[in-house]
Design a protein around this ligand. Sequence first.
Ligand code: ADP
Length: 632
Amino acid sequence: MVAHVSDYAIIGLDPEGTITSWNLGAEKLKQYTREEAIGRSFSMFYPEEDRRDGLPLTLLTQALDDGRVEHLGWRVRKDGTRFWGDVIITALHDEAGVHTGFVKVTRDLTEQHHLETALKSSEERLRLLVGQVVDYAIIALDPQGIILTWNLGAERVKGYTAEEIIGRSFATFYPEEDRRDGLPMKLLTEAREQGRVEHLGWRVRKDGTRFWGDVVITALHDEGGTLTGYAKVTRDLTEQHALETALRSSEERLRLLVGQVVDYAIIALDPQGVIETWNLGAERVKGYTADEAIGRSFAMFYTEEDRRRGLPLELLSIAKERGRVEHTGWRVRKDGSRFWGDVVITALHDEGGKLAGFAKVTRDRTDLKALEDAQDAFYATFKHDFRTPVTAIKGFVDAIRHADDETRAHLIDRVESSADRLLGMVEDLVEFASQRAGQATLVLADIDLADVARSAVHDLSSHFDPARVQIADDVALATANGVAMHRVVTNLVLNALKYSPPDSVVDITFDRARAGFLQMSVRDRGRGIDPRDLDVIFDEFVRGRMAEDDGGTGLGLASVRELVRQMNGHVSIQSEVGVGTTVTVELRSQASLKPSAPSQRSGSTSDEVGESPPVVDGSGDSAAASTGHCPG
Ligand code: ADP
């Protein structure tokens, strides 16, 4: 049996160490055949240096003394190569107790030896490495949390040297309050149960200062699964923590700031356009609360037709491509009403350059849009309106060339009236523009408005039959500017004549119903103004629903309002469709109202005052009529 064992070299020696038996394992391991080996000394398997030291003999002596000896070391094969042998030599005795020799069992452990050596050196390297890591405190704890090892990083982060801390509990690093709460032991328990635990929090250095530690504790087990202790890695993140805290508080400030902006809807979208944040402005502009909007697609603000043609997603893809996109158009509020939105969408990217979503800022420009529309409409008719008198003049001039004397005189009148109309429109514009620019500063004095009215009507006599305008026979003193009042009367009388039948009469009357004020009313019996237009009829470029193609600019009443305002007065309008319109200008006045001398009258061919004037006060309202009121 022994002879056939091949994993162990089992050989017999006589008391002097001479080989007496040899097995298959011995032949395999040491390469000598039975014949070559038997009779020779076993010392031939030992390296030169061991033989010089007398190791083979020492081993035999020891085996004889102790009964057996074990030895690990390099041995030599027949070809001179070495192997790491694990040798046991046992002394043999016969029944009488006489020493008869030895049995020597050798096992080749070269491979295991290499592995062990490698492991030892890698452990050594790891020890050195851990010891010198300075950015992380890497320490070993026993199962109770007692510190077993200490590295440079631990010394740097926590301030203790290895001598000071090894043997103490790791709870030393936790603040008083955490220790009271039993946090250190809780962490060990969790690490034991879960395998590892991570914890972020304040820790205490030797000098009592605190640092923000990121700690990972890993449970360590031996091969049998018994807990042998813990590895604890700590990183000092105080700086990052301070940065993060600062960032958070600045983010918080920004969030509050954006949240409270009311003029702009500022919202965040995810890459698919789903609403992630909502501010007060968004609520105000779009009518949805945050709860109603967050989580839904921003496409819901777009009109049916814009959604159908894929506008919302198209805008996102342009923003993604070019960084940002601007768009102006109709948007829809929660209640279904529309607003004119001016939208900027900006693509947002994370640090890696990946699209993180979009910022969308929307402003409600409905007001601006209305003004723009009014202006557009004005410029559209502007061309037409100005062209009409010019074309007429050219036509008349052409006709004059071929006309007889009588017709010619008539045509020349027509040319003049067209030119006047044109001039009137140009004056309207110039006046309005200069008022807009704030250039007009009116010098005020006590003047007779009746007198101004008469001269204004007189100036219009080439256009209209002056008999159509009846001016009350008063001295109507008020604090005003003569030139401005002339413009006011001209505008009001022209409107009154223009929008009433050719045979109807326009009255200008004066009233002192309110103490300290004088009211001048221009009243016609014309078509009236649609009640829906009354509130805006004084606005620039507004011409009302009933405006015909009559060459107006929509600036006349706006000018009147502005001029009256500059004279510290105010103007109101009272109108009923089909019945007539009364515009009342109220100005400050200290004087009392008196009838004027008949010789001073002009512009009126009649002595009669006409029908009694309607009672129109500053906030002029009468039961039967709609009123547009304009505070000066
Ligand atoms: P314009 O007469 O040049 O159009 P205005 O500002 O003077 O501009 O008037 C604005 C509009 O108000 C007119 O286009 C007309 O429709 C209406 N309007 C003004 N005065 C009268 C009036 N007396 N009667 C009926 N409509 C009037």
